[in-house]
Design a binder for this molecule. Structure first.
Ligand code: ADP
Ligand code: MG
Length: 483
């Protein structure tokens, strides 16, 4: 695909002659880096370089077709602007091409210099030789829990999940090459498991012999502990280290399990060294996982990190539309809008509400109307915790979220790592469970009611500006809703 700047711009003559193409690209990227998030920037510009620059045309080499499409679609304007500014309009056209050779010292080709043979290749073949040799011809999915319902076709893409979706597709197309590991993070019910499984299903669709292991972190931990107990450590290692794709869901639960972390570290290295793809999901970014060893943290951050966020209204409507279509059930647009407006934070709940609505109307054999929908939706109050949540469950949830022992959380120490979670407990008790200040004090190891009042006020104020705190409180609430 070609992109042409206005035709009359002068060609090459202002290109600073002291600059080689490598420096030119670095300067252009320098500008872009300021505009984009770090995750976005690294994802799209890692392993890109200017392969040639002649007659106002720049060939930008990119590592895969996927980056090519993305740069063309999303960043072309910015890249062109940057390059034009630096070269005083010396760049007219940019062509993005997939090139697998490493960037070498690049020079600007002189007009009479002979052309080099075309070094570009389009897409890498999916199936590696190694994968072909090791496969036994069987469909192997390790845990056998890949659910074909989770695929890319039925994943609705919106602004808050497009990066995670795009990265997942890239990984499914070229496993082990570009983004390894891929780390997907975000709140409950926002599509992480869906994406992980879609990667697995897509790889399997392309190559039936790929060995895929999908496992929750909890299961990984339990199997590891069992293997040690029953002297089957070797089998465990063989099982996890001989796959082409390892998908671990909810990796945040690896926290403070030292031996599991150690085992996982070695599994990770064994796979990574052989260019086997690893994809992890978590409810928060690696840095925010308490008790995660530094060496794992740096491994998790070394590939690609992509978040999934709460979808906007438009995307929620699109998701409802897609789910209706899947179930061959029709709902009017205004009804879809009404549902999407009532349930905002979680796609799982959105689906749950839809299921309930469809079941109700089919069972009663009545036409859905705004009135019937509104009355069904009253039971969906996602921001309200269930009345049945006890203070003990809340304390337990906060302790586990921050990886703390309950006696420490309730104890006297004012260490920051304890004080903040303690204040969050008090805040949620007041805000969500409407507990009186004296009772909050009591539940929190016999503290004074003024301490509870102070904690409530402090968290309430800080929530307005502190994004990390907002995320923590939201995730804790989500976990409580799932109890
Ligand atoms: P998470 O693992 O982040 O908690 P899930 O992947 O289990 O969330 O998603 C919850 C439900 O919402 C699943 O049924 C999933 O299919 C659906 N879902 C999530 N995101 C999307 C999306 N973008 N398009 C369609 N369905 C989605
Ligand atoms: Mg999940």
């Amino acid at each position: 695909m070609r992109y042409d700047a206005p035709a009359q711009v002068p060609v090459d003559e202002h290109f600073p002659c002291f600059m080689n193409t490598n420096e030119l690209w670095q300067s252009a990227l320098g500008e872009l880096e300021l505009k984009l998030s770090k995750a976005n920037f690294t994802t799209w510009f890692k392993n890109t370089f200017i392969a040639s620059f002649e007659n106002g045309q720049i060939n930008v080499a990119v590592p895969n077709t996927f980056t090519k499409a993305w740069l063309e679609k999303k960043y072309h304007r910015d890249i062109l602007n940057s390059l034009q500014t630096i070269t005083a309009n010396g760049v007219r056209t940019i062509i993005y091409r997939v090139e697998t050779r490493q960037p070498s010292p690049i020079h600007v080709r002189m007009p009479n210099e002979p052309l080099e043979p075309e070094p570009f290749v389009d897409e890498q073949p999916f199936r590696t030789e190694e994968a072909a040799q090791t496969s036994s011809g069987e469909r192997t999915t390790g845990d056998l829990t890949l659910n074909p319902r989770y695929n890319f076709t039925n994943f609705v893409v919106g602004k808050t999940n497009e990066l995670a979706h795009a990265a997942s597709q890239a990984v499914a197309t070229q496993p082990g090459t570009t983004y390894n590991p891929l780390f997907i993070y975000g709140g409950v019910g926002l599509g992480k498991t869906h994406l992980l499984q879609a990667i697995g299903n897509e790889l399997l669709r392309r190559n039936k012999t790929t060995r895929i292991m999908y496992v929750t972190c909890e299961r990984f931990t339990n199997e590891f502990i069992d293997a040690i107990r029953t002297g089957k450590g070797h089998e465990f290692k063989d099982c996890y280290r001989n796959v082409d794709l390892l998908l671990i869901d909810d990796i945040q639960f690896i926290t403070s399990k030292e031996r599991t972390q150690e085992e996982f570290f070695h599994t990770f290295n064994a796979l990574h060294q052989r260019n086997k793809q690893i994809v992890l999901s978590s409810d928060r970014p690696p840095k925010a996982i308490p008790g995660l060893e530094n060496r794992l943290l740096s491994r998790f951050e070394s590939g690609m990190m992509a978040d999934v966020g709460t979808p906007d209204l438009e995307t929620r409507v699109a998701i409802l539309e897609a789910k209706c279509k899947e179930r061959t059930y029709f709902l009017e647009k205004d009804i879809l809008h009404h549902i999407a407006g009532a349930i905002q934070s979680n796609i799982r709940e959105l689906e749950g509400a839809l299921t309930k609505i469809i079941a109700y109307h089919q069972f009663k054999n009545v036409q859905p109307s705004l009135e019937t929908i509104a009355s069904l939706l009253t039971s969906f109050q996602p921001t309200q915790l269930k009345k049945t949540i006890t203070p003990r469950q809340l304390i337990q949830a906060v302790a586990s979220y921050y990886d703390l022992q309950i006696p420490d959380l309730l104890g006297k120490s004012r260490e920051k790592r304890l004080a903040l979670p303690r204040q969050i407990v008090m805040f949620i008790m007041r805000e969500e469970m409407k507990t009186s200040y004296p009772s909050i004090g009591n539940e929190l190891g016999g503290r004074d009611h003024t301490t509870a009042m102070h904690a409530y006020g402090k968290i309430q104020t800080n929530l307005k500006s502190d994004e990390k705190l907002q995320r923590d409180v939201e995730l804790i609430k989500q976990r409580l809703m799932a109890i």
